[in-house]
Design a protein around this ligand. Structure first.
Ligand code: HEC
Length: 168
């Protein structure tokens, strides 16, 4: 009569041991998140890299900004950029707001060194033009005025403006 009791005890022992295995290998082999380099999400959105993350385009065009943008253009940009689509040192500006998002344009103007180092579209231009656009210390406000001047120029030279924004 003692045998069945012994077997029962053995069953309990085995069950107790079985419950403990399994956990020791989990969780130790994934690398820390900080070591994986993420590309800037703004590049994928066509907004470039820099302080300018979101530009609200105003309607109608702002005449004061246009005037200020044109003055800055004559002083700091005209030596290298025409208002037609003809390239001189840099690309001509005709149609630029139909091709580039406003954020990209303003980041290119205010953060050109980082853009040339990291943004694929800016790098393509550098390959075509073979000259680096110099950093000219343009403020965000001045860059916004230049953008407004470009929008006006696009109406005159390309017949439409801001198409890069409508598309997305
Ligand atoms: C010394 C010549 C030079 C001057 C001055 C210059 N740029 Fe440029 N710019 C370039 C070149 C060259 C490129 C093409 C990218 C490169 O090769 O660095 C370029 C590219 C650009 C682009 C992108 C064009 C496109 O087709 O997408 C913008 C926008 C721009 N410049 C704005 C300006 C503004 C605004 C000014 C004045 C504040 C200015 N640049 C002054 C040479 C110049």
């Amino acid at each position: 009569m003692k045998k069945p009791l012994f077997l029962l005890a053995l069953c309990f022992l085995l069950a107790a041991c079985g419950g403990q295995s399994g956990d020791e290998t989990a969780g130790s082999s994934t690398p820390p998140q900080s070591m994986i380099e993420e590309p800037e999400p703004s590049i994928a959105e066509g907004k470039g890299i820099g302080e300018v993350e979101n530009v609200e385009l105003t309607e109608p065009l702002d005449e004061d900004m246009i005037e200020m943008g044109e003055a800055i253009y004559q002083m700091k940009c005209a030596a290298c950029h025409k208002l037609t689509d003809q390239r001189v040192v840099g690309p001509g500006w005709a149609g630029i707001t139909n091709k580039r998002k406003p954020e990209w344009i303003m980041n290119m103007v205010t953060n050109v060194d980082v853009m040339l180092a990291e943004d694929p579209e800016a790098q393509k231009l550098l390959e075509e033009c073979l000259t680096r656009m110099p950093n000219q210390n343009v403020s965000i406000g001045d860059a916004r005025a230049i953008l407004e001047f470009m929008r006006k120029n696009d109406v005159e030279k390309a017949g439409e403006r801001d198409q890069a924004v409508e598309e997305s």
